[in-house]
Design a protein around this ligand. Structure first.
Ligand code: G3P
Length: 225
């Protein structure tokens, strides 16, 4: 499963990128707005830090506007994937720009049928928002799993990008269902490295090593020659 970071914060991206396991980054207008910096500067900086798909979202709501924004954004850097909302107008735009070779991430997807139309329009990725579905009493992961199934049934190449992840359990479920990508907020990303038994085990290994001293490090005792 590919791992994307779901943030527009440069410091968070820089720290996560150091692990070497980051495959891409997703942003949205809310995440960009939080940073208080110019959109294109933020996107350029992210592209310089992570060599993988970087989602940058259009803000027009009409098909023509989305098409022209998509062309502009895609021209900024080879790694840019244009995020387009899953509206009727957005699907119209994806149908056009996907024919031009522009990669798209169809976002704000909340149902398997929406995901079906995204795939038919030629979307590169579709983003079902699992946490927001859970928030209104639906089972977000069930919907993600139905999308995976539909795409398998018909051999669609659109990648399922599980978004709106709120917990490590969401990441686990995405991996178990065979989702192509999970976009993970930094706080959840950090939890993936940790286990108390790893810390406890490592502390014991190092204490034993320390106790054994010269016998294991091979140090020559002073005055032995
Ligand atoms: O990038 C879009 C998505 O992951 C947003 O998540 O937590 O705002 O529902 P959230």
């Amino acid at each position: 499963m590919k791992i994307f970071l779901d943030t527009a914060n440069i410091d968070e991206i820089r720290v996560a990128a150091k692990t070497g396991i980051l495959d891409g980054v997703t942003t949205n207008p809310s995440l960009i707005a939080k940073e208080g910096k110019a959109f294109e500067d933020v996107i350029a900086e992210i592209c310089s830090l992570v060599d993988g798909p970087i989602s940058a979202e259009v803000v027009s709501t009409e098909t023509a506007g989305m098409i022209s924004e998509a062309r502009h954004l895609a021209g900024l850097h080879d790694n840019i994937v244009v995020k387009v909302p899953l509206t009727r107008e957005g699907i119209g735009a994806v149908s056009v720009v996907s024919q031009e070779g522009i990669r798209t991430n169809v976002t704000l997807c909340f149902s398997p049928l929406q995901a079906l139309v995204a795939a038919k329009a030629g979307a590169t990725m579709v983003s079902p928002f699992t946490g927001r579905l859970d928030d209104i009493g639906h089972d977000g992961m069930e919907i993600c799993s139905e999308i995976v199934q539909i795409y398998e049934n018909y051999g669609y190449t659109t990648e399922v990008l599980v978004a709106s992840i709120r917990s490590p359990k969401h990441v686990l479920e995405a991996a178990l269902m065979g989702a192509d990508i999970a976009t993970i907020p930094p706080k959840v990303f950090d939890t993936m490295f940790n286990h108390p038994l790893t810390d406890k085990g490592l502390a014991a290994f190092l204490a034993d090593w320390e106790k054994a001293g010269d016998a294991v490090t091979g140090a020559v005792p002073a005055g032995s020659d």
